[in-house]
Ligand binder design. Structure first.
Ligand code: ADP
Ligand code: MG
Length: 475
């Protein structure tokens, strides 16, 4: 995949269900031209195996760098385009022995007839699949450990609770419910619990997966009339972790199944850990009994970061980077990038990449230059013009189409999305928004907002797409 089309051979393209150019454009805008050019352009598409999109890097150095710095963005980007991709991994070209070309086990393959992986793939899978082809969980990120988690006021409760659950022999509170905004460390803490238990009590069965994946597996089990096995899998674990449980809000049958699994495990005194973006009582579209169940144990929230915490995190991350990052730059970033930790990491990555690329040492001036767009966005409110521009870029339509009266779906939809985002990210009134979109009526804007909200409920891909855009605009 260079991420250039020329490198995607026809048979490779058949494996991905999205447009490669779109993926590239999104990666460019998410990571910046410099990072993209100096690192991502060296990658090639390799394979898709069981929902893992595998890329090839020329050297181990590039692989490590990309995994450390861009994995989350890669995963977000590809998942937004194809929800069956739940992980992105990188392998080193030179280390591929004989990779079979025929084996492309995509998640939706018949579970009973999954072909046995041959050598290369099996070796690869053992890195993330626990060597068990029936393994239902998601992969754990090796960087998300307690050791790598920086503790401060905003996350100390969540951290203490996570440690307690990881270390104790008995189930003290059930479930542990972690909640907070995007990019504040919830997933990191859950993986850390899993790693700790795996190390200290390897015979305990721990399953970590996103609520999305839970739903996906459940639907697949229904489709293949295999719900008994599905139930067995989940009900035989010692520790079950479900990440981003808000995802199953409004998904009634998945919720029902989760509720039963939940109760069965609690009855057997097994530990459950759940994360969400809101507290149990604020989870809209979640049944009352589920909300109340979720609030039974310990509810711990992760607050937005403080300056001190950001400083601590940056220092820890900077130590692991290839180039030296001066203290003034770290302080500058901690002051300026206040949104969340993911952004903060992204900023640091970008300046290191930029410095490598232009062969300069890292200074505050250079940081201002490299992060100009990001800093500006953190400084001011997003504007209507900016939203229109980004949405147009994202959907590959002209900015003029934001104002035009063309009603074709392929321009009308992006326009509706832009209106929705303006309503959500700015304080403009409906009539003002209408005026800025080619003099439309406020009821048109209202309709657009409603339409997008409906689509977000109905269509997970669409929703991910919008959320990605929103994050990009806020970053
Ligand atoms: P969430 O699940 O809450 O959206 P993540 O756990 O995915 O957030 O965190 C986003 C990124 O920020 C990850 O790379 C994670 O390692 C990092 N991160 C978040 N909080 C911390 C922390 N306290 N110390 C170190 N890294 C952190
Ligand atoms: Mg998360």
């Amino acid at each position: 995949m260079t991420i250039s089309q020329a490198h995607v051979l026809p048979h490779e393209q058949a494996l991905i269900r999205f447009d490669w150019d779109t993926a590239q454009n999104r990666l460019k805008s998410a990571l910046g031209e410099a990072t993209y050019k100096s690192w991502l352009s060296q990658l090639e598409f390799h394979d898709v195996v069981s929902g893992v999109l595998i890329l090839r890097a020329p050297t181990r150095f590039v692989k490590d760098w990309v995994l450390t710095n861009c994995q989350a963005v890669l995963e977000q980007t590809f998942r937004a385009l194809d929800p069956s991709i739940f992980k992105v991994d990188v392998i080193v070209s030179a280390e591929i022995k004989k990779m079979p070309s025929t084996l492309h086990v995509v998640e939706a393959a018949e579970p009973a007839e999954m072909p046995l992986p041959s050598v290369g793939v099996r070796e690869y899978e053992s890195e993330w699949k626990e060597g068990d082809r029936d393994f239902v969980g998601s992969a754990l990120d090796p960087r998300f450990t307690f050791e790598n988690f920086v503790v401060g006021k905003p996350n100390e409760l969540a951290y203490a609770a996570a440690r307690r659950v990881a270390e104790s022999d008995e189930v003290t509170f059930n479930p542990l419910f972690l909640y907070g905004g995007v990019g504040l460390g919830k997933t990191h803490l859950m993986h850390a619990i899993a790693w700790h238990i795996k190390r200290m009590r390897p015979n305990r069965k721990v399953i970590y997966l996103s609520a999305e994946k839970f739903m996906y597996q459940f639907i697949r089990a229904l489709r293949f009339k295999d719900t008994v096995a599905f139930k067995e899998q989940f009900r035989s674990v010692d520790v079950l972790m479900i990440d981003d449980v808000q995802f199953i809000s409004g998904k009634d049958s998945t919720q029902e199944e989760f509720f039963h699994t939940f109760n069965a495990l609690v009855d057997q005194n097994r530990q459950i850990i759940v994360s969400a973006d809101k507290s149990p009582s604020d989870l809209e579209g979640m049944e009352e009994r589920m909300k109340s169940r979720l609030g039974w144990g310990l509810v711990a929230d992760v607050h937005p970061t403080t300056y001190e915490l950001r400083l601590g995190i940056l220092q820890a991350k900077a130590e692991k980077m290839a180039s030296a990052v001066p203290q003034q730059v770290i302080e500058f970033l901690a002051h300026k990038i206040t949104s969340n930790v993911r952004e903060l990491e992204g900023a640091l990555t970008r300046i290191v990449a930029y410095a490598t690329l232009v062969g300069r040492s890292i200074t505050v001036e250079m940081t201002q230059e490299a992060l100009r767009d990001l800093l500006r966005a953190n400084d001011r409110q997003v504007t209507i013009d900016h939203i229109q521009k980004k949405v147009a870029e994202h959907f590959n339509v002209r900015i003029a189409d934001m104002h035009s009266s063309r009603r074709l779906r392929n321009v009308a939809r992006p326009r509706q999305v832009a209106m929705f985002l303006v309503k959500n990210l700015t304080t403009h009134s409906l009539p003002e928004i209408g005026r800025k979109f080619g003099g439309r009526d406020h009821t048109t804007v209202m309709h657009a907002v409603k339409k997008v909200e409906e689509l977000m409920v109905e269509d997970a891909t669409f929703r991910e797409d919008i959320e990605l855009l929103k994050r990009m605009l806020q970053s």
